[in-house]
Design a protein around this ligand. Structure first.
Ligand SMILES: CC(C)(COP(=O)(O)OP(=O)(O)OC[C@H]1O[C@@H](n2cnc3c(N)ncnc32)[C@H](O)[C@@H]1OP(=O)(O)O)[C@@H](O)C(=O)NCCC(=O)NCCS
Length: 178
């Protein structure tokens, strides 16, 4: 478990009992409007396979459930992907699954925890991510957590009938304001 008493969420390992939630989120077209990935309805068996893969031990990935400290509800997922142990960097993915849990500070809380873990425990130096340029809430959240805009991938994603820009954002440990 990754957490502390100042934060409103904690992070724990994903497990097979999280299947119903992840299946629901992956089948939610509304959620995908703000995600870079393409929405595709997912069957229960495909989701089971995905989750089994995600929870298996891997030196290059850390896949976590975000839970509210108050009530222990599993409200989202956070992944560190493609960990490069030489360059000490990895890609961050984040989602708060249910709309009712969004904009309540949980996303910022999860990022603060993963920054401490990634830099303090794993010894990483840089986190980076991709975000749709028109996802104003996410861009704000990442900037408030110390990420900087590093570039723009123009017309990178086709979504809702248009090609959208994607921002590359990054955070380097030494310049991290904490
Ligand atoms: C993006 C996401 C991770 C943010 O997490 P969250 O828990 O909802 O965000 P928080 O409550 O921690 O912070 C929201 C911040 O957004 C800002 N915000 C809210 N509405 C906004 C708007 N319309 N425009 C710009 N900024 C806005 C606020 O400044 C707020 O910060 P504050 O509380 O300091 O005022 C979450 O909403 C989510 O998972 N959304 C769906 C999937 C997604 O977009 N994931 C990101 C993929 S890169």
């Amino acid at each position: 478990m990754i957490g502390n008493s100042q934060e409103t969420v904690y992070l724990r390992a994903l497990n097979m009992s999280d299947l119903e939630r992840t299946l629901q989120w992956h089948n939610d077209p509304e959620l995908y409007k703000t995600l870079g990935g393409t929405f595709r309805p997912v069957s229960r068996s495909t989701e089971e396979e995905w989750l089994r893969n995600v929870i298996s031990a891997s030196p290059r990935n850390v896949n976590l459930a975000i839970c509210a400290r108050d009530g222990d509800e599993h409200i989202g997922n956070l992944y560190l992907r493609d960990i490069d142990w030489v360059s000490r960097r990895c890609e961050l993915h984040l989602l708060i699954g249910a709309k009712k849990h969004q904009s309540r500070g949980f996303g910022k809380s999860a990022i603060r925890l993963i920054k401490d873990y990634a830099f303090g425990e794993l010894g990483l130096r840089r986190l980076y991510l991709e975000v749709l340029a028109d996802n104003a809430v996410a861009v704000q959240v990442y900037e408030k957590c110390g990420f900087q805009k590093e570039g723009c991938l123009r017309s990178h994603v086709f979504k809702a009938g248009t090609f959208k820009d994607v921002l590359l954002m990054g955070l380097v440990a030494e310049t991290n304001p904490q």
